[in-house]
Design a binder for this molecule. Structure first.
Ligand code: HEC
Length: 122
């Protein structure tokens, strides 16, 4: 019992820290491409498209980043299991995602994984 309560308290504390890091008031330290990478990780796009867009259960996204296409698929989803994210994404989010997807396989592609940090350390 004790352990369960301690664990719950730790979890609550961690949630508060995470919440603070994600508060909209916190000034963003990433550019549009970095923010797109952050969204890609935060919304688990990588779960279907691979950590760097190389494809898995979902198609490979490298070289596929036409803005209108990204907007359409992300807002409305598609057959074959692409979910719709229209409820969660702002137009800025879509623009950031498209900017990020456009860098896949290029020199300026961000590859950080710690999306919850204001300035991802790795
Ligand atoms: C549950 C798995 C899944 C998740 C999660 C997912 N996708 Fe997809 N995605 C797919 C599938 C499957 C397709 C192919 C749909 C089709 O055939 O039209 C697709 C298609 C796409 C396309 C069009 C690719 C092309 O070549 O036409 C883009 C862009 C895309 N996804 C971006 C994203 C982004 C950005 C996210 C996160 C916000 C995301 N996806 C999350 C499965 C997923």
């Amino acid at each position: 019992m004790k352990t369960t309560i301690a664990r719950a308290a730790r979890l609550a504390a961690a949630t508060v820290v995470l919440g603070t890091a994600l508060a909209p008031s916190a000034a963003s330290a990433l550019d549009s491409i970095g923010e797109g990478r952050r969204l890609y990780l935060k919304y688990n796009c990588y779960g279907c498209h691979g950590m760097r867009g190389g494809g898995a259960m979902g198609p490979r996204l490298i070289g596929e980043a036409e803005f209108s296409d990204v907007r359409e698929k992300v807002l409305f989803g598609a057959d074959e299991g692409m979910p719709s994210y229209g409820r969660f994404m702002t137009s800025t989010d879509i623009a950031n995602l498209a900017a990020y997807l456009g860098t896949l396989g290029r020199k300026n592609e961000p590859v950080f994984t710690h999306w919850w940090e204001k300035v991802p350390s790795r």
